[in-house]
Design a binder for this molecule. Sequence first.
Ligand SMILES: C[S@@+](CC[C@H](N)C(=O)[O-])C[C@H]1O[C@@H](n2cnc3c(N)ncnc32)[C@H](O)[C@@H]1O
Length: 274
Amino acid sequence: MSASDTSRTDEIGEVYDQMAELIEVLGGNIHVGFWLGDDDPTPFLEAINRTTDVVGEKLGLRPGQTLLDVGCGAGVPAIRLGQRTDAVITGITNSTWQVTEATRRVKAAGLKAQVRIEFGDAAALPYPDAAFDAVLAFQSLQHVEDSAVWIREMVRVVRPGGRVVLTEFTEEEPLTEEELEIARAGGMERPRPADEVVAVARDSGLEIDEVVSCGDNIRRSYPEYFKRLERLRPHLVTALGEDKVDQQRDAMGRLLPIYRDKIGYLIITGHRPD
Ligand SMILES: C[S@@+](CC[C@H](N)C(=O)[O-])C[C@H]1O[C@@H](n2cnc3c(N)ncnc32)[C@H](O)[C@@H]1O
């Protein structure tokens, strides 16, 4: 990995370190919600957990099987997947704040023996070949310019035949240079069209089993984010200070309309060939 790749990894880790309690807006998750249609009344946090369930189901985990969660955030998806499947889960993140916070949440959930959180880089996973039954990258690939680097690592550490599930933002409408700048300032790399995303996964060694396109199921997350941010504002201001909360609101105010209008969402399920 080049020095510039390393510094971008550190930079993105710091973006998440800075975010800290702001993830409470998403109930401690850092991903979108999933609704079944325009008249689906599911509240935001429940819709966010539903995304974990929709994505998690694709892993086909059985009790005792091992899962690596690449870009595990504050561990909330790992905790939910652990509770629902009895799988043994390792989460890895490049944010030191998230390691501490996720470990605290795992302990509070009573899952210390089942879920472990580690600091590391998805581009150079610190695990031997074929170490896991399944591997997940749940809304983390948007942080790497060349997603092939991460996917090759994911395919390397899953056992032959083991499942790999990826979620990826996709470009539905071309982004302007200014929009790309805004995305990059938020730690997001240029989103690719859906067919390119799938081709990269395939060329990185993944045998593709299913591709689900669900941009319209997740789009409501963007307006819901601002509603909940305003509701939590007093708590967040106490925890982090007014400047930080306003900075986040302004940054999201620039970023999320782009995602609402131009970006789709894929769930890709594949496996490592035998
Ligand atoms: C949008 S968050 C998703 C978190 C979690 N999967 C969830 O759904 O709540 C992206 C995650 O990817 C992690 N990440 C970004 N770049 C990384 C890297 N190079 N190595 C490991 N983790 C990384 C971030 O720290 C963060 O945990």
